[in-house]
Design a protein around this ligand. Structure first.
Ligand SMILES: Cc1cc2nc3c(=O)[nH]c(=O)nc-3n(C[C@H](O)[C@H](O)[C@H](O)COP(=O)(O)OP(=O)(O)OC[C@H]3O[C@@H](n4cnc5c(N)ncnc54)[C@H](O)[C@@H]3O)c2cc1C
Length: 383
């Protein structure tokens, strides 16, 4: 069901005001300290942002993906890491909304809607990032339980999450488990074996997790017994929401970089006039503004299609591919327009420049997006 555009706009405006009031004054310090933004996350919880797309019957806001991407854009324009706190949480919730049995939905969605517990997605492994069919983490059946063994990596939110949407190999193929744990560096047979240092995307943890014969109930198989062996398909479907999220974050980062650049270009003078009056700078601004607008429209189109229930792999891939490359180019051009100060930590441009590449790599690299897009186009235009 689509959300009234007025409600979407109200939500966007209130998140934009919150970002201006609460995030922008502290983001520089949090970024430099690589500090988890506990206070901000608590406020996001109070605003209901962990349950934007979760139906009201489970305590969520029950809004559509267009409302979701509006919020993600606003958060990312303030600090991209905040949108990452919500992303894999929302993917885990989407998996349960889409594929969970009624009992599983009643068991997990009310908590996820409140952001307590928080969710994360654990698909990637050291030897299986793009090549997800190659995962080796195993879950072997033992009566009413499964015993999980293996190493997962790149788990964003993994340490603080209480729900893990985990891909593991069972006799039937790749299966998705919804695993419950206590937040923290270790819980029963699960250990956070490494906190991965990153170029950007600071403040939010991305970790390696080791499963040492960890036991979970057979009732944690997503979709029940019928879901056995279908986990990869479930996850790839939910990753369309993840790719739309990445596109929306890229729009947020690109917008922030563009707005800084167009303001600075009018304030900074060289050779007797504002640099915005030099044609070379105008060309840059024109290209940046055009790419930003195109990225936003592609993202909105993908969200609209996915919301309708239609398959959106091609459109989500196009939005993610274009918006992330645009964000990287716009951040780079914003740095050029700022000259030397763009390279300093006095301005946020260097942060946009460090954050942008994640959108090129995360949720499936852009090389993989091109494969997905081309495959879909060839099917549509088959001769
Ligand atoms: C900060 C961060 C957070 C992340 N968070 C999560 C998370 O929460 N959960 C999760 O499950 N994963 C997460 N990931 C993992 C992410 O999805 C993978 O890093 C990504 O899919 C790429 O996998 P890889 O790193 O193994 O690269 P590889 O698969 O090793 O790829 C290396 C290079 O080869 C290219 N390549 C690979 N195969 C092909 C092909 N067939 N054709 C053309 N080119 C190809 C790739 O595009 C890339 O350029 C995260 C990653 C990062 C960096």
């Amino acid at each position: 069901m689509s959300t009234d555009p007025e409600i979407r706009d109200e939500l966007r405006t209130s998140v934009r005001r919150w970002v201006a009031r609460e995030v922008l004054p502290v983001v520089g310090d949090l970024e430099r300290a690589d500090e988890y933004p506990a206070d901000l996350v608590a406020q996001m919880q109070a605003m209901g942002l962990f349950g934007i797309t979760i139906p009201e019957e489970f305590g969520g806001l029950g809004l559509d993906l267009l409302a979701y991407i509006a919020v993600i854009e606003e958060l990312a324009a303030g600090w991209m890491s905040l949108s990452g706190v919500i992303n894999t949480h929302t993917i885990a919730a989407s998996l349960i909304m889409r594929e969970g049995s009624p009992e599983q939905q009643a068991r997990w969605l009310p908590g996820l809607a409140q952001g307590a517990p928080r969710g994360c997605l654990s698909l990637s492994e050291p030897d299986a990032g793009s090549d997800t069919r190659n995962i080796s983490c195993r879950a072997r059946r033992d009566g009413d339980e499964y015993i999980v063994s293996g190493t997962k990596t790149w788990v964003t939110n993994g340490e603080r999450a209480g729900i893990v949407a985990l891909a593991a190999r069972t006799d039937e193929g790749i299966t998705c488990f919804i695993l419950e744990k206590e937040p923290g560096p270790s819980f029963e047979g699960i250990t956070v074996s490494k906190n991965i240092g990153k170029l950007g995307y600071k403040g939010i943890e991305t970790v390696e997790m080791f499963y040492d014969e960890h036991r979970i109930g057979a009732d944690c198989v997503l979709g029940g017994d019928a879901g056995l062996g279908h986990g990869l398909g479930f996850m790839l479907g939910a990753l369309e929401v993840g790719r739309i999220n990445i596109a929306a974050r890229a729009v947020g980062v690109a917008r922030a970089a563009f707005e800084h650049a167009i303001r600075y270009a009018q304030e900074r003078s060289t050779f007797g006039k504002p640099i915005a009056q030099h044609q070379t700078i105008q060309n840059k601004l024109a290209d940046m503004g055009t790419k930003l607008q195109a990225a936003r429209l592609l993202t909105e189109h993908a969200a609209t299609l996915k919301q309708s229930g239609a398959r959106a792999d091609v459109e989500a891939g196009m939005a993610k591919l274009f918006a992330s490359e645009a964000a990287f180019e716009i951040a780079t051009e914003a740095m050029r327009i700022h000259g030397g100060v763009g390279y300093t930590t006095e301005f946020p441009i260097e942060r946009y420049y460090r954050d942008a590449p994640l959108m090129i790599i995360g949720e499936g690299t852009n090389e993989i997006q091109r494969l997905v897009i081309a495959r879909g186009l060839l099917q549509r235009y088959a001769v």
